[in-house]
Design a protein around this ligand. Structure first.
Ligand code: NAP
Length: 611
């Protein structure tokens, strides 16, 4: 494994940069916030419901009565299904829009797709399935294959209902079942429902005037059209040599796909509103000798180390096992503290303000390093300046790439800065208008992201979504999330949520799903064992958890509102939802301990069980 040294970062004028950051934010803030995006429906329904990977095979509608329906067959659904099995629950179905397991890794097969996070931490159930990723940052196909591996290993294919989109969810108090309808005409009754749809399930489109007028070809990165481009997720786009292509969006997806489009296309025009910040990829193959040294539980230790770097902090002398851009700021900060005799500098961290001050310095220095990296790679100074990110680390998702920046040295690539107009100005029949210039193109690729922090109705796309007495979940959570432990809500018996809502936050989303799956499978297992028709939190228990969330709340609003807009900060909306959805800031492992202690009593405290 690589030797993990701190990076060399330059001195910076923080006050001047802070001004620049605010200026760059103000330039991009839009009064329409999240509403600037179009839903993938009506004319654009295919951007969500269409499957370019597998044909939909006709089948008869299903009218089963089953114990548990899991919505979503990505890593969350797979982990949860496995945990249900461990809790002795066997009568469950996994309902999935895709034609196979994998979730984001089923859908997103754009060229260049690769994990941007440590695969040894991120890919779930490694020890259980006996699998080790081939490299630190797995390619997309390895992730998809691992989802299939989990499905096969635990016999989950027998439980799958693929190519099925749940359209409505209603609690039927007469029979104590959830009534579930789908786009395949299904009418399923389930005692329990678990939402495992993940945050990145539904593509969204930029609401650019004229978007419907374009007469050329279009697709979203999450539904790549290889019939049009040729090639596959490793590249080789050999059908677009005579095509002028436009890409709108330069986030994680755009950055990965753009080098391949540039290699294949006659001409590529990249419309950039905000540049991503791009670390070196620094990928490496898995070292078999390192694998030999691993003791059982190695992964949990690695995940905790990653968590410390991203959300807590290292202990004095603790090494950085992850050693990439995610951990650069923490690593550099720790290195300076470790350099003092007897680690005496660490004592200062007891003061949170001091901790934040030290972190801020390393953050500014690291971002300056990345801006210098742009300058070193991109030959044209004006283009290099446009590609420089002026915001703080973690305002946006870090990106890791060695091919993206050199792409702008190619003669067939044009970068168009659309920051001054807060986005692309207009789309016409023939192309894209920016800064008053029309760029005629044959195809527009939308790398415009997902319904991650938009309204819940948009994210779930399930209507009605109604609990007891027809109360909508969207109304129940309309003025703020209300849950018990982030997984259940009063008025929604036998219903379980997963994800970034009042739960624990850690560096690997799959670990968060594991924590939630442990809790959910325990509750369902107990409810079934105790022959309960339904289980539901009391209003008092729900209120108690809301208070716990408040008690540990961290005010990071200054940081968030000073970021350039994006889904991480709800496009800068004044009361926007953070990407992390009002989490339990008391600590991920503290939450694990609390939930475990709650389960250990066996009392199901705060839940009502009805027989
Ligand atoms: P994204 O980060 O939401 O990026 C959307 C892009 O579209 C942004 O660059 C945005 O610019 C741009 N855009 C939107 N409206 C525009 C307009 N009107 N004019 C011009 N540009 C416009 O979406 P994403 O790249 O698909 O990534 C989403 C998330 O998925 C990531 O943050 C990550 O969590 C996950 N992901 C992970 C990986 C990985 O691990 N390898 C890969 C892909 C995605 P602004 O920034 O100015 O808003």
């Amino acid at each position: 494994m690589q030797n993990c040294e701190p990076t060399q970062t330059p001195d910076v004028d923080i006050a001047a940069l802070h001004e620049k950051y605010l200026h760059e934010r103000d330039k991009r803030l839009r009064s329409d916030g999240q509403a600037q995006y179009l839903e993938a429906e009506d004319d654009f329904a295919e951007f969500y419901e269409g499957d370019p990977h597998l044909p939909v095979v006709p089948r008869q509608p299903i009218t089963d009565d089953i114990d548990v329906v899991i919505l979503g067959g990505g890593f969350c659904g797979l982990i949860t299904a496995h945990r249900l099995q461990q809790a002795g629950v066997t009568d469950f179905k996994i309902v999935e829009l895709g034609g196979d397991f994998g979730g984001v890794w089923y859908w997103n097969r754009y060229p260049g797709i690769q994990i941007d996070s440590d695969a040894y931490c991120y890919l779930p159930l490694l020890e259980e399935t006996g699998f080790m990723p081939k490299e630190k940052f797995s390619k997309g196909d390895e992730c998809f294959e691992h989802a299939q591996r989990i499905g096969e290993h635990f016999g989950l294919y027998d439980h799958a209902l693929f190519h099925t989109l749940v359209q409505s969810l209603q609690w039927d108090g007469e029979i104590n079942r959830w009534q579930i309808t789908s786009n395949r005409g299904d009418a399923i009754r389930a005692r329990f429902v678990i939402m495992c749809q993940g945050p990145y399930n539904r593509p969204k489109l930029p609401g650019i005037p004229g978007i419907k007028d374009f007469k050329g070809h279009t697709f979203h990165t999450a539904r790549w059209d290889y019939d049009y481009t040729g090639g596959d997720l490793h590249g080789g786009l050999d059908k677009i040599g005579d095509k002028r292509i436009a890409v709108i969006g330069t986030g994680s997806s755009g950055v990965q796909a753009i080098p391949h489009l540039a290699r294949g296309a006659k001409h590529l025009t990249v419309f950039q509103r905000t540049p991503s910040y791009i670390f070196e990829r620094a990928n490496y193959p898995t070292d078999p000798e390192w694998v030999q040294t691993l003791e059982p539980g190695w992964r949990a230790a690695r995940q905790r180390n990653f968590h410390n770097a991203a959300f807590a902090f290292y202990n004095p002398g603790e090494p950085d096992l992850i050693c990439d851009g995610w951990t650069e700021v923490a690593r550099n900060m720790a290195a300076k503290l470790n350099a003092t005799e007897n680690f005496e500098g660490w004592a200062a961290l007891a003061d949170p303000a001091k901790f934040m001050e030290l972190k801020e310095i390393e953050d500014y220095r690291s971002m300056e390093r990345l801006r210098q990296r742009v300058e070193q790679i991109v030959e044209d100074p004006e283009t290099a300046e446009t590609l420089k990110p002026y915001y703080r680390n973690m305002c946006k998702r870090p990106v890791f790439n060695d091919e993206y920046l050199p792409t702008f040295n190619r003669p067939n690539v044009t970068l168009v800065d659309v920051s001054e107009t807060k986005g692309v100005e207009r789309i016409t029949e023939k192309g894209v208008v920016a800064n008053g210039v029309e760029y005629e193109v044959d195809c527009i690729v939308f790398a415009s992201g997902f319904e991650i922090t938009t309204a819940l109705e948009r994210q779930f796309d399930i209507t009605p979504f109604a609990g007891r007495d027809g109360v909508s979940l969207y109304d129940h959570w309309g003025k703020g999330f209300r849950t018990l432990h982030g997984v259940m809500a009063h008025g929604f018996p036998n219903h379980f949520a997963t994800g970034f809502v009042q739960g624990g936050v850690t560096a690997s989303t799959t670990l968060m799903f594991e924590q939630q799956a442990d809790h959910i499978s325990y509750i369902i297992g107990e409810a079934l064992r105790r022959d309960a028709t339904f289980v539901e939190p009391t209003p008092e228990a729900e209120e108690g958890w809301v208070q716990t969330i408040r008690e540990f709340a961290v005010d990071n609003s200054t940081f968030t509102t000073e970021c350039t807009p994006g889904y991480y900060n709800s496009e800068g909306e004044p009361n926007g939802r953070s990407f992390l959805g009002d989490p339990f800031w008391g600590g991920f492992y503290e939450l694990s301990d609390r939930l475990q202690a709650w389960r250990d009593t066996g009392e199901l405290d705060g839940l009502v069980l009805d027989k």
